[in-house]
Design a protein around this ligand. Structure first.
Ligand code: NAG
Ligand code: NAG
Ligand code: NAG
Ligand code: NAG
Ligand code: NAG
Ligand code: NAG
Length: 841
């Protein structure tokens, strides 16, 4: 019997086991949290966008996120990178979504898949393929059949790919959440009844995909039941989901901000990021995602716009180049550990809110097993405070939260940064040490090359014309000036009006000027004094897009390009050229030939030069370059150049444009973390190039025979282009006696010991480097920030020797604030700080 029954029963049994396993590993939720494999969970999640790095970087980025305390990786899915033409898909290289998901799985982390497929994300056209705009009758993100049908096909395609790999948690995989649409709530009203219908359709379409994991819609007040709405903001502690049966989820906590060409560089202080996270979990939050944990690079022409920079560094915990940003990364890691110590009571306990002062409060959670955790907050943005809680005194710096996993001992305060600061510099390398004089050039014709594409007596919309196949659109016209010119009284001015984004103006084959909009306003008008000649004058205008808009109501209808051109200041009035005969040409000749491609096909077009021409507009440069030594990440220094595009070995590094940012008062030498953050706070680099260095992934280099191709629009000095290695050169630390000193790794042990541990400074150079000199050391009341510390009125005379003894010529060291070298108290009654700056080499 057994032998006979086996073959029939076994498959059934296996099926039953599989079903049980699926149910056990599935994801549901209640009012408190997601429930994974039957257990409530607090989750720290980290956004890493796969096409903003390269596959060779993925394992390390994911490992750094895991090491930083992430349970989960989050990514958008980038539709226009995948569906390059209707029904034509691309999933290779940076766009190998399955491989990225596998890297996350292999690291043992969960995955949150925000399919969108509209994503915004400062990504070109918000992620929607440009071709979809040109399918007749299509309107994006509303109750529109062509849009919905393409959105549904793509969503289904992605879900099916994930199902095929058995990636959903319901299949035993690691995808625990999926998102449809993105921040639609901001704009739904603008779409009227169609907006509401679309939001409901999107949610229902997602639910019908049957993934077995919950769907979310972020910043969306109107969602079908069973879809969870979530929060995106700098702070989400006050957020409440639509339904009381749903958990509080924060899909985007912005640890910094993106950059636009022509603007300075925003920073969000780690103390404030930590404050926002601690407030969120203290107030019942259950999933918190850093958008972004690694921002990376907008390679090629993927940057959204207009004017989003090629760098998408975002001041994230891992920098654009894949290096941990300290202290931010490490401060948040300690925060995550501290929150995890509280997980059980937070998830199973009852919460009580206690007032501890006018702007001070405690969120206390007690559970059945006697556990108690407390989050003590001082939300005063100026004054430090001492609060009493359960008969003890706690000092709470302004705008900070202390975490007490036992309602007694502080393991973490958001404003007391114990971690070291790592200072990173771009160290220049020569571009070609071993292979000099290997330049070749190709000069674009000014104006129409080959034949024009069409002639019109008016201006056409730029984006409608290029359909984003290129940034560039030529317009040329000519006009006659009579023989009596120049007569006195003529002061001609060329006036150009444009909807955006940028233009270079040429008169009689000379570049006479350039103009651009800026971050908040893409349109511009420009007035250039010119010299005309008697007879025929030729005007050639190169109009450019710098990334298509990535969000906003009806954003796909926002055009670009020239709107009016005339010459004023003539004795006899204004010459209006707007309705002249304009000849149009889409794209550049060099793009048409694919000059950036590594193959030999274009060899005869390139002209070898021993010295490349400088300050010459519309020039393509090709040069053989050496591989920068070592394995540090590499940036290409383009400070000597104007604006253009650059490739290494055929890989598009992206747009470069070291456009100078304005000098304004948003750049302050020191940044006050206290008070509500906004992107205008704590900027750096005012009056400097917005983006000087462009990330070139190491994996794009060959061992030898590397080719850099640059297309320069305005003119620059290509001989000054260099690679730079991104190198950690020094470390700093600033720790006070009253900083939490409990070792989070052995929390249980440290409290049962009952012995107070003194605060300590830990310094560590990158692997392979030692602390080579101590630049500053003061035990007393020093002040300032890394690389500009200053001694205060209290300073232990042996500070330097104590630190040198402990730290010199080794990779890492620890100096306790109770070190016997500091035996003599330099100033009794004063809270002492140990500040150190040291070089690594
Ligand atoms: C939490 O509150 C509920 C309802 O008031 C009560 O039934 C439960 O016992 C409380 N749990 C604890 C751990 O205090
Ligand atoms: C004014 O003078 C310019 C330059 O000679 C000529 O091209 C244009 O047609 C004249 N405009 C009028 C309105 O006469
Ligand atoms: C000339 O061009 C400028 C900028 O494009 C525009 O603002 C102005 O109205 C034009 N003037 C005339 C008289 O057409
Ligand atoms: C950007 O352009 C707008 C409109 O032309 C102008 O008001 C604003 O001052 C400009 N901002 C900067 C930072 O240049
Ligand atoms: C682009 O072309 C379409 C179709 O002709 C038109 O409806 C739309 O207004 C144009 N867009 C702009 C920005 O001009
Ligand atoms: C760093 O110090 C260690 C221990 O003193 C030594 O073995 C090693 O060679 C040093 N490394 C460098 C790069 O100086």
């Amino acid at each position: 019997m057994a032998a006979a029954a086996g073959p029939r029963l076994l498959p059934l049994l296996l099926l039953l086991l599989q079903l049980l396993a699926a149910a056990a590993s599935g994801v549901t939720y209640d009012h408190r949290s997601l429930v994974i494999s039957g257990r409530r969970r607090l989750l720290i999640s980290a956004s890493i966008h796969y096409p903003r790095s390269v596959p060779a970087m993925w394992p390390k980025l994911v490992a750094e996120a895991k090491d930083g305390g992430a349970d989960c990786i989050e990514t958008y899915v980038f539709w226009n990178g995948h569906e390059t033409a209707p029904g034509k898909y691309y999933f290779e290289e940076r766009f190998d979504l399955v491989q990225f998901a596998r890297v996350v799985k292999d690291a043992g982390l969960y995955l949150m898949l925000r399919i969108g497929p509209f994503v915004a994300a400062e990504w070109n056209f918000g992620g929607v393929p440009a071709w979809l705009h040109y399918i007749p009758g299509t309107v994006f993100r509303t109750n529109n059949e062509p849009f919905k049908s393409h959105m549904k096909s793509f969503t289904t395609k992605i879900v099916d790919m994930m199902k095929e790999e058995r990636f959903f948690a319901s299949q035993g995989g690691h995808i625990i959440l999926a998102q449809i649409e993105n921040e639609y709530g901001y704009y739904q009203q603008a779409y009227g009844a169609g907006g509401k219908a679309y939001a409901m359709w999107a949610g229902s379409m997602a639910l019908a995909q049957n993934t077995g994991v919950p769907w979310i819609m972020c910043q969306q007040y109107d969602v079908p039941d069973h879809v969870i709405n979530t929060c995106n903001s700098f702070y989400c502690d006050q957020f409440k989901p639509n339904l009381p049966t749903q958990p509080k989820i924060w899909t985007e906590n912005w640890p910094g901000w993106f950059q636009t060409f022509g603007e300075s560089n925003p920073h969000r202080p780690p103390e404030d990021v930590a404050f926002s996270v601690a407030r969120f979990f203290g107030k019942g939050g259950s999933v918190q995602n850093y958008y972004v944990y690694h921002g990376g690079t907008n390679f090629d022409r993927t940057a959204g716009g207009p004017f989003i920079t090629t760098s998408y560094d975002y001041d994230a915990p891992i920098d654009e180049y894949g290096l941990k940003r300290l202290p931010k990364w490490a401060h948040l890691k300690e925060l995550h550990k501290s929150i995890k110590l509280c997980e059980h009571s937070l998830l199973s306990g009852n919460s009580t809110l206690l007032s501890l002062g006018p702007q001070q409060e405690a969120d206390v959670y007690t559970d059945h097993s006697g556990g108690c955790v407390a989050f003590l907050a001082n939300i005063d943005s100026e004054k430090d405070n001492v609060v009493a809680f359960r008969n003890r005194q706690y000092d709470l710096p302004a705008w900070s939260v202390s975490i007490l996993p036992d309602c007694e001992n502080v393991v973490f305060n958001t404003a007391k940064v114990r971690s070291q600061t790592l200072m990173v510099d771009m160290v220049p390398e020569t571009l070609q040490a071993s292979i000099p004089h290997q330049w070749s050039i190709f000069t674009e014709r000014i104006g129409i090359w080959d034949k024009n594409d069409f002639v019109r007596n008016e201006f056409v919309d730029h984006i409608n014309t290029t359909k984003d196949s290129t940034d560039y659109l030529w317009h040329t016209t000519s006009f006659d000036v009579d023989k009596s010119y120049p007569a006195s009284g003529n002061h001609p001015i060329l006036n150009i009006g444009s909807k955006g984004h940028a233009v270079h103006a040429f008169l009689n084959n000379m570049l006479i000027g350039s103009a651009y909009g800026n971050g908040s306003e893409s349109s511009f008008s420009v007035h250039m004094p010119i010299n005309l000649k008697a007879g025929k004058n030729e005007i050639a205008l190169l109009s450019m897009t710098v990334g298509l808009k990535s969000a906003g109501p009806y954003y796909e209808w926002v055009g670009a390009g020239l709107t009016s051109v005339n010459i004023s200041g003539m004795k006899n009035g204004t010459i209006d050229l707007s309705s002249n005969n304009w000849a149009y040409k889409i794209g550049l000749e060099g793009e048409h030939y694919g000059l950036f491609k590594p193959d030999q096909g274009n060899n005869q077009r390139w002209r070898p030069q021993s010295e490349p021409p400088k300050h010459q507009p519309l020039t393509w440069y090709k040069v053989n370059v050496d591989v920068p030594q070592g394995d540090d990440p590499v940036g290409l220094d383009m400070q000597s150049m104007g604006k253009g595009l650059v490739w290494l070995n055929g890989n598009a590094i992206g747009r470069y444009w070291p456009r100078t940012s304005p000098t304004d008062d948003r750049c302050t030498p020191s940044c006050d973390y206290r008070g509500k953050f906004s992107p205008d706070k704590c900027r750096a680099g005012c009056g400097k190039p917005t983006q000087r260095w462009y990330h070139v992934p190491r994996s794009w280099f060959h061992p030898s025979g590397n080719t850099l191709v640059v297309f320069e629009e305005q003119g620059g000095d290509p001989t000054k282009i260099t690679f730079s290695r991104r190198v950690a050169t020094s470390v700093c630390s600033f720790v006070s006696e009253n900083y939490p000193s409990i070792d989070l790794e052995s929390w249980d042990k440290s409290i049962s010991d009952g012995n107070p541990v003194a605060a300590k400074v830990e310094l560590s150079c990158p692997k392979g480097k030692n602390i080579s000199s101590v630049k500053f050391a003061s035990f007393g009341d020093p002040s300032g920030t890394c690389r500009s510390y200053q001694q205060g009125s209290c300073h232990h005379p042996d500070s330097l020797s104590v630190v040198e003894k402990a730290c010199l010529n080794i990779n890492s060291c620890t100096v306790s604030l109770s070190d016997e070298g500091f035996g003599e108290d330099p100033c009794p009654g004063v809270t002492k700080t140990l500040a150190i700056e040291a070089d690594c080499s």
